[in-house]
Write a protein that binds this ligand. Structure first.
Ligand code: NAP
Length: 300
């Protein structure tokens, strides 16, 4: 007698108790990421590993959507009943005007990285800020003495918002000082400085945390590192780099050599993704599975 055709998805196992997942069928729920470009994104690997691990009939895809097509793409999301989306460069700010309501974090940061449905309304959320905090806290960091945030772009906005929310004093250093001052005013940070070693040195002994939110050190310029005198930090200080290509940036390598505590950029990526996963599915995200899938991915 012929056996029934195998309708299960055969994949590389991620996580010990991989469960059987149906092939996409008429009941499959769709989520994904919109970006431009987007083919470098690690999010599909992370989320699909989580769906497989939990045996959920969901799939996560990446959609390359140019800026002018974002309104059409979100109309498509509404028409097709897509369950949720992540937004990445260049869509995070533009989406603010295209949703039915914003969470307080998305409103304050002025950027949306996660869309989900709540009582028929399309909600724009920002999980970058909370994801950043959770990554630090998972590594053992606790809010304490002042933090220095390097950069004043989109990710710095989320990080400064998060640090102020947990009561940290924050100094912002940026190549373009006027942008640091603008960010300082927006979130009530304590000080703004130019991103120069000499200007930052006097501050170092009092710091508990440095977060690199600039793109310095990112491939292909992975030999670059922000001009911060790490040797003047207290030995118990933390250095966090949001750059995750490469994972061990020059900044993190230098901090490690000095015996400082470090947190890499994949931590925030996984935690912001886990928060989005929970908004969409209503289930706790399998953090370890998502982290492992990304760290073992051949893409980086
Ligand atoms: P962005 O909005 O474009 O901001 C870039 C920042 O880097 C600005 O402050 C800019 O300074 C500074 N910068 C760029 N080139 C510089 C240089 N040569 N010297 C000094 N400063 C320079 O970018 P973003 O979205 O904030 O992203 C920044 C980095 O964080 C990227 O590497 C991104 O991949 C990473 N990121 C990681 C996560 C994660 O989950 N781990 C999340 C978001 C972003 P000016 O203001 O002077 O131009």
């Amino acid at each position: 007698m012929d056996s029934a055709p195998d309708r299960t998805l055969s994949t590389t196992p991620v996580g010990a108790d991989l469960r059987v997942c149906p092939l996409p069928n008429a009941e499959t729920q769709l989520v994904g990421v919109l970006g431009y470009p987007v083919r470098h994104s690690l999010s599909p690997i992370m989320h699909n590993a989580a769906f497989r691990h939990l045996g959920l009939n969901w799939v996560y895809l990446a959609f390359e959507v140019p800026p002018e097509s974002l309104p059409d793409a979100l109309r498509g999301m509404r028409a097709l009943g897509i369950r949720g989306l992540n937004l990445t460069i260049p869509h995070k700010e533009a989406a603010v005007a295209l949703v039915d309501a914003l969470t307080p974090a998305a409103q304050a940061i002025g950027a949306v990285n996660t869309l989900y449905w709540h009582e028929g309304q399309l909600i724009g959320d920002n999980t970058d800020a909370e994801g950043f905090l959770r990554a630090l806290q998972a590594a053992g960091w606790q809010p304490g003495e002042p933090a220095l945030v390097l950069g004043a772009g989109g990710s710095a906005r989320a990080v400064v918002y998060a640090l102020k929310k947990v009561g940290c004093r924050v100094v912002i250093a940026n190549r373009t000082l006027a942008r640091a001052q603008q960010l300082q005013r927006a979130f009530g940070a304590e000080q703004s400085l130019p991103l120069e070693s000499q200007a930052l040195r006097p501050l170092m002994p009092a710091l508990q945390l440095i977060v690199n939110c600039t793109s310095l050190g990112m491939e292909p310029d992975s030999e670059a590192m922000p001009p911060v005198p790490l040797d003047a930090l207290p030995t118990e200080a933390w250095v966090c780099d949001l750059v995750y290509r490469p994972v061990q940036t020059r900044l993190l390598q230098a901090a490690h050599q000095l015996g400082l505590r470090t947190v890499d950029g994949l931590g925030m990526l996984v935690h912001q993704g886990a928060l989005a996963f929970e908004r969409w599915t209503g289930q706790p995200a399998p953090l370890e599975v998502m982290d492992k899938a990304i760290r073992e991915s051949p893409i980086h």
